[in-house]
Structure formats: C-alpha cells, structure tokens
Design a protein around this ligand. Structure first.
Ligand SMILES: Cc1ncc(COP(=O)(O)O)c(C=O)c1O
Length: 396
C-alpha cells in the first residue's frame, strides 16, 4: 500500500456564516403535524404561508401550451422581453406609476430577488435595517451573504412600521447601508399607509441609504389598497412575486424593479448564478396578469375567512391582535396564556390538532408571547380551528 504523503488533516469546517443561518420553525411545525397525520390524526393547518387554492386554470393552460410547444430553453438573464414589458405595464395599470421595462428583472421568486438585490447594493459586512417581527428569511439571507441584519423592534404603536426616528436612531448607533420594509407584512398583516412609506423613503434619501420594499402581498388587501414605494421614490428597489396573490408559490417566479444604473450589475449576477429563471414559469407569470377574475374569487374567500376570524377569535379569548389589513395572517398576542409560544403551539397541535406558528420565527425576543395564524385555507377550516382551539382553551 502506498504511504500517504501527509498525515490526514481534520475534516474541513463548515462556513461559520452558513452555520449561523437558523431553521424555519414553521417547517418543524409542519413536520410535527405530518407525524400526527401519519398516526391517523386529522390536523387543521393554519401554519403554512401559502394559498391552498390551485394556480388559476388559465395560468396553467398557458404553461401547458408552452410545454406542448417543447422549446424550453434559457431566456435572457433579466427575463423574457414580453414578461418584463407586461410587468412594467402592470405598474401603470395598478398604481399609475411609469416603470420602463428595462428596469424590471425577473427572478426565482422574491427569494431569488433578495439575493440579487442585497449583493448589488451592499458591501460585505454592511448593516441593513429590518423589522422585528418580520419575515425570517430576510435575516437569514443577510447573514448567509455576510451582511448584518439590524432588527428594529416595532409594535402596535406604529402599526408595526418603521419610522424615520427608528431608522435614524439605528443609523446613529452604527451607520446603516439600507432599510427593508414590507407591506402588507408577514406576520402581522399590516399595510403601511402612503405617508408611512413616504416617511421611510424620505429618511433613506436623507441618510443616503438604499430603500428596499417587499411588496409580495400586494393585491391581498381588505381595506385600502397597498402603495408601491415607487410612488414615494422612483429609485426604491421593489421586490415582488407571483407566489401569493396569483397562487403560484411552486412556480418560483417573481421580479425586481431596480434603478437603471443597477440593471447591468444584476444582469451579470443572474447570468452567473442561474443563467435565467425557468422559461415555463415566466410564461405562466405573463398569463397571471390576465387571471384577475380567478384571483379575485380566491381573495374573496380570504376576506370571508378574515371577517369570520376577526369576530370569532375574540369570542374564544384570543382578541389581542391588530386588524389584518392585508396578506392572510393574524398575529396574536397569547401573553395571557403563555410566555412560551413554542410550548403553546406544541400543545395546540398535540391536544387540539391545529397547527399554528410560534412567533419566535418572526421575532427572536418578543415572539415568545405571540403566534401566527394563516387563513389561506377554507372557511370550514377556519371554523373548525376556532372551535377546536376554543374548546382546548376552556379545558386548560
Ligand atoms: C414577506 C415575504 N417575502 C418574501 C417571501 C418569499 O416568497 P417567494 O420566494 O415565494 O416569492 C415570503 C414567503 O412567505 C414572504 O412572506
């Protein structure tokens, strides 16, 4: 046998910044629910943040025609010309804002859009302000890219929105490079008013920060429509997706609107990362803008669920939440019952067979006394969940 040239070294270490990325707690809840179902249990699912309705038929038909045609190749890295033009037209129709198609970048869901936008905007180590509570992937993507998330606590007093004062305070502590907001928000369902968005955009301009606006839940509002940050600042970076309003989570297609000077940089990144977004998904995305009737019918179902829950939850002793303006979430304060939302959700799942998500996914500090309920399912499921949780609370 040949003698090794060198003694074996210790196995290489995994990258520290990748190891710091936390798991999604909601995925663990889904696994526990699946285990109960395998044992024959019947779980009501209010944990998942995706529409239970199938993708509208007209969207699937457009993709099926393209599939039949068979010419499924790479596209331009920034997306097909026709989809980019269609998205640009959507901004005029939906918001009265002019966006040049050249500024639109098609991405693999908004998740892919965040990676491109963060890499294009920020130097290694840059500090980026996000909200707590907030969507957990922001924090985790920033960490994985060697950036520093700065979680700013927000609460009902600002309707869970960042304000210029909060941004300025964080910037004074140590300079920020950017601010990321979302409206409607996950997990709170709160919509930022046009004034609140203009205030954040103004603060970013004054301080020389990038402003990134996650608008993935646009279209899903129950009172006033949501405002795009582009109406406050034409240079804001918009992140959006077909996942939620259009019921297309599995198609993995979304888009960015970026300032003209950033387009070429993003194009180079996309060329190298993924070459292009899957062609069939881009065809489906284009058809989505003509599926308004089906999408509105699905949204009417959420509105019914919302109206039921806003009335029924307080009746079973769960009334501590802000009215949901948009998305399909209710973010409940359960402090009356528990200071351990993980244990609370585990008990609700095991004893009442309703899956809900602990707030710790969204707020590492205060999330121990909050939970998120998703009402993206049917009214019958919402009714069953309330009846089970109500009965369970009474017996405790
Ligand atoms: C606020 C928010 N942004 C972004 C995403 C990512 O969605 P996608 O990558 O499917 O577009 C989600 C998904 O739940 C979300 O809640």
């Amino acid at each position: 046998m040949q003698k090794p040239l060198m003694p074996p070294a210790a196995p290489p270490a995994l990258a520290e910044r990748a190891e710091r990325v936390a798991p999604f707690i909601v995925m663990d809840v889904m696994n526990q629910a699946a285990a109960i179902e395998r044992r024959g249990g019947n779980v009501v699912h209010m944990e998942v943040g995706q529409p239970s309705a199938p993708t509208p038929a007209s969207i699937r038909a457009a993709a099926a025609r393209a599939l039949e045609d068979g010419r499924i190749g790479y596209t331009q890295a920034l997306g097909t010309d026709s989809l980019r033009a269609r998205i640009a037209r959507h901004y005029r129709a939906a918001y009265g804002v002019d966006v040049a198609a050249e500024r639109v970048v098609v991405t693999t869901g908004s998740s892919g859009g965040f990676i491109l936008a963060f890499l294009a905007c920020f130097q290694p180590g840059a500090r980026v302000a996000i909200t707590a509570p907030g969507y957990p992937a922001y924090r985790n993507i920033l960490i994985a890219l060697g950036l520093e998330p700065v979680a700013i606590e927000v609460g009902p007093e600002t309707r869970f929105a960042l304000t210029p004062e909060l941004i300025e305070r964080a910037h004074r502590e140590r300079p920020l490079a950017g601010v990321l907001t979302m409206s409607p928000a996950n997990p709170t369902g709160v919509v930022m008013s046009p004034e609140a968005i203009a205030d954040v955009a103004g603060a970013c301009r004054r301080l020389g920060l990038w402003y990134i606006s996650d608008e993935i839940y646009h279209g899903l509002t129950y009172e006033a429509p949501a405002t795009t940050a582009l109406s406050a600042d034409p240079d804001a970076i918009i992140v959006n997706s077909f996942s939620k309003y259009y019921c297309m989570t599995g198609w993995r297609v979304g888009w960015l609107v970026v300032p003209e000077r950033m387009v070429r940089t993003i194009e180079r990144l996309q060329q190298n990362f993924s070459i292009s977004v899957p062609y069939l998904s881009q065809v489906a995305g284009e058809a989505a803008f003509d599926a308004t009737e089906e999408c509105e019918a699905i949204k009417a179902g959420y509105a019914e669920n919302r109206a039921f829950l806003l009335k029924a939850l307080p009746e079973i002793g769960l009334g501590d939440f802000l009215p949901v303006d948009g998305a399909f979430y209710i973010y409940l304060d359960i402090g009356r019952y528990s200071n351990d939302s993980m244990a609370f959700c585990r008990s609700v799942l095991e004893e009442a067979q309703v899956a809900i998500t602990p707030g710790l996914d969204f707020d590492e500090g205060r999330g121990a006394r909050t939970v998120r309920l998703s009402f993206a399912g049917s009214l019958a499921e919402c009714e069953e969940a309330v009846s089970r949780i109500g009965g369970w609370l009474k017996k405790r």
